[in-house]
Write a protein that binds this ligand. Structure first.
Ligand code: UD1
Ligand code: MG
Length: 450
């Protein structure tokens, strides 16, 4: 059955004390709403609608840049969760099948849990709602049940003392036929303590219409919502712990897991070893058996099988380290390829460059890729040997098997197999140093000062 997704992300998030919309604050380097979208990925085969309000343009832009098929619905005034679902009505006009309501600030609902909800729908329940046993139910909505039947949901603000004692709480996640859901939210009023249109009211309204409701339970940890910077930090920690566990389980060695930062899309192959204190920004793939040594910062790069990177390397967007290549300490790469078995072991900047297989980049080599306005490329042929402290002023090409002498400033192409020397010729002034220091020491002894 087609399942459409309604993702509510219009909340102000006042407690974040931020100029950015809450939904854009990041967990694992992705805006937090992306996590809920990803959980629903397997299930939601239909339209995906994000309801935006506060800071909505920026949220809409972020959503579209992720995937331009995502539909944006505007909820100008945040009048409650039922009102927010209603805001998605025109985006879902004519849609058939189910609708699943998720929340942009609740990133940890597992796909398996959503699958359980879909099963409950298949089994015939008209409305399926996700609940959890809360250790401290705090201000969550409470499920008021009679035997196995959910009668209604009461919000904390509207609840009696007796109702507040209930520990079965509402996650807010709901699934129902699209048109049934839209009819129900339209019937919701705002006669309550908050004067809001509560999505939770659809249970009672549905019952009065003869619709059946099923509760599916999940772990409390899945329903963790982000309302403050403290929650955001806790959510990040949970995300990191989950991702590290997945990698360990997949055969990756993390020497000190708690010191490794991962992104939502980090991919690391089996038998790769990650030493302590490594940061994986977005878009990193590490192939099998690669070694990432301590204190590396990686983003938007690909590291081939058996390659060794670090310690203290920085790989930026477009860095491609081929199989068996080596990138050593204090080397930065950007938009550059290091061919198979090539080495850049120390203190280099390799930007906008193609380095051929088995080439050796000496310490202190810099590709001078930027003229202040444009970026230019440097090409280094296979098995070329770049002497220490070579400046490669791009655009420039060093041929296959060619060499550059240490300290050379390369401004012209170097043919295959040639040596480029571009530095001032050395002149040795015999005995100069001895005489020079003798003179200085004599002067110091004469006036007695240090
Ligand atoms: C809601 C539930 C409550 C549940 C709790 C779980 C209602 C009435 N209450 O309460 O039973 O225990 O979630 O966390 O549904 N939103 C909009 N537009 C609005 C209002 C909210 O998009 O006008 C979005 C928010 O961005 C947020 C979500 O809906 O992502 C939930 O809203 P929130 O105000 O946090 O509801 P709670 O009071 O937490
Ligand atoms: Mg909330």
């Amino acid at each position: 059955m087609t399942t459409h997704l309604i993702l509510l992300a219009a909340g102000e998030g006042t407690r974040m004390k931020s100029d950015r919309a809450k939904a854009l604050h990041e967990i694992g380097d992705a805006p937090m709403f992306v996590h809920a979208l990803a959980s629903a990925d397997e299930l939601s085969s239909g339209r995906r609608v994000i309801v935006v309000g506060h800071g909505g343009d920026a949220v809409a832009d972020a959503a579209r840049s992720l995937d331009d098929t995502i539909l944006i619905a505007r909820q100008e005034m945040q009048l409650g969760t039922a009102h927010a679902v209603g805001a998605a009505a025109s985006a879902l006009d004519g849609a058939e099948g189910d609708a699943l309501v998720l929340y942009g600030d609740t990133p940890f609902i597992r796909p398996e849990t959503l699958a359980n909800m879909a099963d409950a729908r298949q089994a015939g329940a008209d409305i399926v709602i996700l609940g959890f046993e809360a250790e401290d139910p705090a201000r969550y909505g409470r499920f008021i049940t009679e035997g196995d039947t959910l009668l209604r949901i009461v919000e904390w603000k509207d609840a009696t003392e007796e109702e507040r004692a209930v520990q079965l709480c509402n996650s807010g996640v709901v699934m129902a036929d699209v048109s049934v859901l839209m009819d129900l939210v339209e019937a919701v009023g705002n006669n309550n303590a908050s004067e809001e249109y509560y999505l939770t009211d659809i249970i009672e309204i549905g019952r009065a219409r003869g619709l059946t409701t099923r509760v599916v339970l999940c772990d409390e940890a899945e329903t963790l919502g982000v309302n403050s910077r403290g929650d955001l930090a806790r959510a990040e920690a949970i995300f990191q712990a989950r991702r590290r566990a997945v990698l360990l389980n997949d055969g990756v060695t993390l020497v000190a897991p708690e010191t490794v930062h991962l992104s939502f899309d980090t991919l690391i192959g089996r038998d790769a070893v990650i030493e302590p204190n490594v940061v994986f920004g977005p878009g990193v793939t590490v192939e099998t058996g690669a070694l990432i040594r301590a204190f590396c910062h990686l983003e938007g790069c690909h590291i081939g099988s058996g390659a060794i990177v670090g310690p203290f390397a920085r790989l930026r967007t477009g860095a491609e380290v081929s199989n068996g290549a080596k990138v050593g300490n204090f080397v930065e790469m950007k938009n550059a390829t290091l061919g198979e078995g090539a080495k850049a072991n120390h203190l280099s900047y390799i930007g906008d460059a193609d380095v051929g297989p088995r080439a050796n980049i000496g310490a202190g080599t810099i590709t001078c890729n930027y003229d202040g306005v444009f970026k230019h490329r440097t090409e280094i042929g296979e098995e070329a040997f770049i002497g220490s402290d070579t400046m490669l002023v791009a655009p420039v090409r060093v041929g296959a098997g060619a060499m550059t002498a240490s300290g050379t400033v390369v401004t012209k192409d170097v043919p295959d197999g040639a040596l480029a020397v571009g530095r001032t010729r050395q002149d040795n002034k015999l005995t100069f140093a001895t005489r020079f220091f003798e003179k200085l020491r004599a002067a110091k002894a004469a006036n007695g000062k240090g």
